[in-house]
Structure formats: C-alpha cells, structure tokens
Design a protein around this ligand. Structure first.
Ligand code: FES
Length: 139
C-alpha cells in the first residue's frame, strides 16, 4: 500500500492503495466516482476514458503510481468545462445515448479531440454539415 495525493475534478483527494491499482478502480472503488465505466479492461473499448493532464486516457491500464501530479477530469466534472458543456448539450439534443453504458468515455474522448484540434475540427464539421445539407437538397 502507498498513499497518493490526487487532483480529481479540481478537488484534492488522498487514497491508500497498491501502486499497481488502475486509476479506473481508484476512481470507482476508492473515490466512489462511478461515472467512468469498466468495459474491456485492456485499453480497447474506451469506456473508462478520463482526461489525465488534459489528455484522453484509458484509465483501466494506468497504474495509480504513474498518475503523478497530473490533474484528473472525469465525466462528473466535464460539464464545468465550456467544451464539455457544449458536447453534453449536443449529446442530449442529438439523442446519442443508445444504451448509455459507454457514453461517458465517448464524451470524454470527444471533448479531448475538440480541444486538441484547436478549433479546426469545428470548421471541418461545419464544412461537412454544409456539404451534407447541399447534397441532400440535390437528391
Ligand atoms: S475499460 Fe475498455 S478501454 Fe478501459
């Protein structure tokens, strides 16, 4: 067991866990933040995606000992972020949910992609939307 100081959604947290414990299980079991989901456990499905130091990260394969002082943002906190708020509103408006199990990971991935694109993705989507609209008008 070791003690770790974490910053999770802007709040300082202390946990005592085995250094090999995946971040996902620290969030879910120690901190009772169950918005981040377990799917495959091998970094394939993305259900467990959180932002670690601003980067979309599969928390099921990151041992707590490697987190360091990088801030952690989960689905519980993404709505406080301007990009996160817009993505969540779009999620509801477009009824993206389906079964809902992995949507927290999808939202976290979408937010990271939008932030990393530095506005270029928004321009692409606007251009795509315009093209799609024009194409449908011609059909
Ligand atoms: S649970 Fe599937 S990628 Fe982490």
């Amino acid at each position: 067991m070791a003690t770790y100081q974490l910053t999770v959604v802007g709040q300082r947290k202390e946990v005592k866990v085995d250094p090999s414990t995946p971040l996902l299980w620290v969030l879910r079991e120690e901190l009772k933040m169950t918005g981040t989901k377990y799917g495959c456990g091998i970094s394939v499905c993305g259900a467990c995606t959180v932002h670690l130091g601003g980067v979309a990260t599969r928390s099921c394969v990151v041992p707590i000992s490697l987190v360091g002082n990088r801030p952690i943002v989960t689905i519980e906190g993404i709505g406080s972020d301007p990009v996160g708020r817009v993505v969540q509103e779009a999620w509801v408006e477009k009824d993206v949910v389906q079964c809902g199990y992995c949507q927290s990971g999808q939202i976290m991935s979408a937010c990271a992609l939008l932030k990393a694109s530095n506005g270029k993705l928004k321009l692409f989507l606007q251009a795509f939307s315009y093209h799609h609209h024009v194409s449908n008008d011609r059909a």
